[in-house]
Design a protein around this ligand. Sequence first.
Ligand code: GDP
Ligand code: MG
Length: 437
Amino acid sequence: NLSDKLDKAFHILKGHGKITEVNVADTLKEVRRALLDADVNFKIAKDFTARVKEKAIGQDVLTTLQPGQLLVKLVKDELTELMGGDVAGVNLSGNPTVILMSGLQGSGKTTFSGKLANFLKTKKNKKPLLVACDIYRPAAINQLHVVGDQIGVEVYSEPENKNPVEIAQNAIKHAKANGLNVVIVDTAGRLAVDQEMMDEIARVHKAIQPQETLFVVDSMTGQDAVNTAKAFNDILNFDGVILTKLDGDTRGGAALSIKSIVNKPIKFVGTGEKMEAIDVFYPERMAERILGMGDVVSLVERAQEQFDEEEARKLQKKIAKNEFGFDDFLTQIQQVKKMGNMKDLVGMIPGASKAMKDVEIEDDAFKHIEAIIHSMTPGERSKPAIIDVKRKARIAKGSGTKVEQVNQLMKQFDQMSKMMKMMQGPGGKNLMKMMGG
Ligand code: GDP
Ligand code: MG
C-alpha cells in the first residue's frame, strides 16, 4: 500500500548519513512512483513532487542538520495540503438541516447515514431523522430501520411509494411537524455511474435543496473513486466527501486525489461497520498516518534479496539433520548484517522506530558475538554441546569478553536452533521461503 511505498522512498534517505542533491531527487522520484502506484492522478503526483522539491531547495535542505527529517516534514505538509488543509465541518444551518447522501451502491451510504445520525445525536445534541429513499430494494428500507433501531433514531419510509422526491419532501414535513432538526436522506446507488441514477438523485437534490450534499466513496476503489467523484460532482456540485472503509487494507490514493480533482473537502471517514466507527477527517493526521507506518513488506523484501538462496538451502538440510552449529549461526549473522544497518532495520518495524528513538543501537552490535564464535574451536562450533564451564572461560578470555556474554550467546544460539527446528515443521515452510529457502 501507499504507506509501504512511501516508507521505502524515505528509506533511501534514512540509509544515508548525508543527503545529496542526487538522493533528494531519487527519493522524490520514489515518492512520485508511490503516489502513482496508489492510483493518485499522474499530474497531481508530478505537481506534488515538484512542489516539495522547490520547497526543499528554498529551505536549503542539504545544509541543515537533519535534512532527512526536514524533507519528511515538507512531504507531510504537502500531503496535508493536498488532502484538504484545515478541518472541514458539516453545515448545520437550516431548520431542519437537510443532508443528502450520494454515491454508488455498496459505498457505505446507508451505514454512514446511521453513523452521522448517531454522531449528530450524541455529539451535537441534534434530533435527526433518517429517510429511506432507496426504493428499489425492500431490503434497503429494512436495513435503514435496523440501523435506526440500533442508535435510537427515527426512520421515515413509505414502502408503497415509488417516488423518492415525494418521500424526501414528506420526510422534511414530518421532521418539521415533530421537532426533528436534521434530516438525513439515504438514496439508492447503482454499481456504476448510470444515467437513471444520476437523473433521480438530481431530481431529489433539486426538490429538497439540502444544506449538505455528501458524496460517499469506498476508499478501496482507487482511481475509479476519482472518476465516480467527478461524475457525481458534475451533477450535484456536492459539499464534501465521505471516505469509507478506511479500516481495511486501503490504498491511500482516493484520499489524495479526490480533493484535488473535485476541489471538495473530505469531511468524515468510516473506519468499520459499527455505528461508532466514524471519524472527523483530519488531513494532518491522515498524512502522519501515511508517513508514520513501518514498512514490514520492504523489510521482508530486503531479507529476501539478501539471503543467499544456496546458503538457505544448505542451512535447511543441516537443520533437518540436526547439524546446525555456530558456524551456521555466524553465517546467519553475516546475512543479517548484509541487510543493512541496524537502526535502519529497526526503523522499518511498525511502532519500533518511536519506541527505539532514545535507545542507542550500535552498528557493530554483532561484534562481540563474532569475536566469541571466532574463539571457538571447529569442534566446539559444530557441536556446541561440548562447551563446558572450562571451555567457556577460555572462549571468553580469547575473545576479550566476559563469561556472561558467552553464556548469553549460548542461550541465544539455543533459542535460534529451536526456532529453526520449529520452522521445519508444518507451517514453517513459509517462514523458510520468506528467508530465501
Ligand atoms: P450503500 O449501498 O452505499 O448503502 O452501502 P452500505 O451502507 O449498505 O454498506 C455496504 C457494506 O459496506 C456493508 O456491508 C457495510 O457494513 C460495509 N461498510 C460500510 N462502511 C464501512 C466501513 O467504514 N468499514 C467497513 N469495514 N465496512 C463498511
Ligand atoms: Mg444503501
